[in-house]
Design a binder for this molecule. Structure first.
Ligand code: DCP
Length: 596
């Protein structure tokens, strides 16, 4: 359940930056012939043209949607170019997109505290940078305001013909209070950052700029692609008054449904009718206070200083005839997955000096003559040992333990329709452990051999743990940030930038009215809801939307924006809770035998 974090008294400037049709942009950069052409990226499974996972804005004009399969999309847009997601070891390989996301993060993180929230979205705390700008180069003193900043959508400002002039006045208001002046600086900083991202990576992005993470995240998709939306404090009541509760982060699930069903709350603004005490009576002290605060746009969540993922995961689905029915076929695929996982944690160790501590196995399964079809294959975890063959061995043991629990030790036929392995509880290696690192680097990493680790590591007890609670621990990895940001320098660098980022979408309707963009978002949200309810009501969902849950590739899900992950996981494991087991956070703990 959500908990209210204490909010800082000082005003903050937070941005949420979200890449536009990200995988499509990455593919268009790789193959410039695709630029300006309706394009979509499809899953590697080519059934009915493959499931669309990213749709370019040119294709969206024709009505192409992410819920379609390639064949259907081609029907609505015959010129559509379909690009298949790269494949390695028989499954989707997201490395291309991951490193493209890292290029963007590297640029954004130079200007403020930066939290990589998913493969294509980032939070920035620009408070210090905005303060410096206000002291050294306030908007009203600038010779010119960047055109991209003038194109901002400032909520509450209206959308008159004279919009740019109105935005200029808003950015330069001498009578604005300190909080709103900082926000104006934030808008200019973000506009310049977005131009810099475009120049250095060729990618466009959209952004929300507000006084907290929650509001920034709400604002970033309001005007897409390649635009930014600013949320002055005075616009918050109106924004929340009409915002459906289900669209608010953390209210998409049961809590949101309970608000609707039990309290008749349909929009976030409706919550204003309830006192804090009343909300606490219904939902407990913490959640009650959190609800009371979000109704007022108050959120104390901090931007975490984290540029690297919290965990690594890879998985594969085995729909229909591909279902795995023998231990040897499971072993074969687990070996593939574990090899990839091993490669990724090794390069994390190499590049970032981070160690993953927990190995987890998830599966979806069914059994013959099932009398308890609601019973899920239990997720299992144990201490993670480095080296591909050790991971393979442990994953296989986790699988066997999970299978025996799933089958209740009965000797019946079974099938596996999805397998995934994950490495989590990632910690930074403390200083002074160079010799250990050297050992990992020189022996284990190159050979991928399991034997080398035995020489150094005491074998941990491999307690197999059933997973019961979501891992919310957040290992942080810091990167240098600049405390001051010289707007002028950035402006100079981009002085030759003609026009705005929107021109990269010339000919697209994307720059059109706010209304159409809002409708688009509503429609997509509606469709997802319908799909989710179809899936929930249908144990073997092949629904009218042509969308089959069996085909969701867990490896594709892992790095998606959090709300999409939650949504998809909600379909797959409606009542799943992950591991509670708290481990020590030092390397010493890792090398000592695990306690049973
Ligand atoms: N993705 C995926 N499967 C999904 C949803 C998304 O593989 N069901 C991938 C492809 C997307 C990327 O994640 O390009 C980012 O997802 P977003 O939801 O941010 O959507 P896009 O960036 O594609 O488009 P938008 O411009 O609407 O944000």
């Amino acid at each position: 359940m959500p908990v209210a974090r204490p909010e800082r008294q000082e005003p903050r400037v937070i941005a949420h930056v979200d890449m536009d049709c990200f995988y499509v942009q990455v593919e268009q950069r790789k193959n410039p012939d695709l630029r300006g052409v309706p394009t979509a990226v499809v899953q590697y499974n080519s059934w009915k043209g493959g499931g669309l996972i990213a749709v370019g804005y040119e294709a969206r004009k024709f009505g192409v949607k992410r819920s379609m399969r390639g064949d259907e999309a081609k029907r609505v847009c015959p010129d559509l170019q379909l690009v298949q997601v790269p494949v390695a070891r028989g499954k989707a390989d997201l490395n291309l997109y991951r490193s493209a996301g890292s290029e963007v993060v590297a640029i954004l993180s130079k200007k403020g505290k930066c939290e990589r929230a998913s493969i294509d979205e980032v939070y920035l705390d620009l408070t210090d940078t905005a303060k410096s700008m206000l002291l050294e180069a306030p908007p009203e003193g600038l010779d010119s305001i960047p055109e991209e900043a003038l194109k901002s959508h400032v909520l509450g400002l209206g959308s008159d013909a004279n919009k740019e002039e109105d935005v200029r006045k808003w950015l330069c208001r001498p009578d604005a209070d300190y909080e709103e002046k900082l926000l104006a600086c934030g808008a200019i900083i973000v506009a310049e950052l977005r131009i810099r991202v475009l120049h250095e990576t060729q990618f466009t992005c959209s952004a929300g700029i507000a006084h907290n993470k929650m509001l920034a995240k709400l604002a970033s998709p309001m005007h897409k692609p390649a635009q930014q939306t600013v949320v002055p404090a005075s616009s918050v009541p109106d924004l929340l008054a009409s915002l459906p509760v289900k669209k608010m982060k953390q209210l998409g699930g049961k809590l949101g449904s309970s608000l609707q069903d039990d309290l008749g709350v349909n929009t976030v603004g409706d919550l204003l009718k309830f006192s804090e005490q009343k909300l606490q009576d219904y939902y407990g002290i913490n959640t009650g206070t959190w609800l009371w605060k979000i109704a007022r746009g108050i959120s104390g969540d901090e931007v975490e200083d984290r540029l690297l993922p919290k965990s690594h995961g890879c998985g594969k689905t085995f729909p229909g005839p591909m279902t795995l029915k023998t231990t040897s076929s499971v072993k074969h695929w687990l070996n593939q997955l574990c090899e990839e996982l091993s490669d990724r944690i090794q390069s994390d160790l190499d590049q970032n000096k981070r160690i993953a501590q927990t190995l987890t196995l998830h599966a979806r399964a069914f059994k013959e003559n099932d009398l308890e079809p609601q019973k899920k294959f239990p997720s299992k975890s144990c201490a993670l040992r480095y080296g591909a063959s050790k991971i393979q061995e442990d994953a296989m043991r986790l699988f066997e333990s999970g299978l025996s629990e799933f089958l209740n030790s009965k000797n019946v036929g079974w099938g596996i329709t999805s397998l995934a392995v994950g490495a989590s509880k990632i910690i930074d290696i403390p200083n002074g452990t160079t010799s250990i690192l050297k050992y990992f680097n020189e022996k284990c990493i190159s050979s991928n051999s399991s034997d080398c680790s035995d020489a150094l590591l005491e074998e941990p007890n491999h307690t197999v743990t059933s997973i019961s609670k979501r891992d919310d621990e957040n290992p942080k990895s810091r990167a240098p940030t600049e405390s001051a940001f010289h707007t002028k320098g950035l402006s100079d660098k981009n002085a030759n930038v003609k026009g705005t980022i929107l021109r990269y979408f010339s000919g697209s309707s994307c720059s059109s009215s706010n209304q159409s963009s809002a409708n688009k978002i509503d429609l997509e949200e509606h469709e997802r809801t319908v799909i989710a309810s179809e899936l929930n009501s249908n144990p073997n969902p092949n629904n009218n939307w042509g969308f089959n849950i069996e085909e969701i590739d867990p490896s594709v899900v892992d790095e998606l924006p959090l709300e999409i992950q939650r949504e998809i996981r909600g379909w797959i494991h409606p009542s799943k809770r992950i591991n509670t087991g708290k481990r020590g956070s030092t390397i010493a703990h890792y090398f000592s035998p695990a306690r049973n």
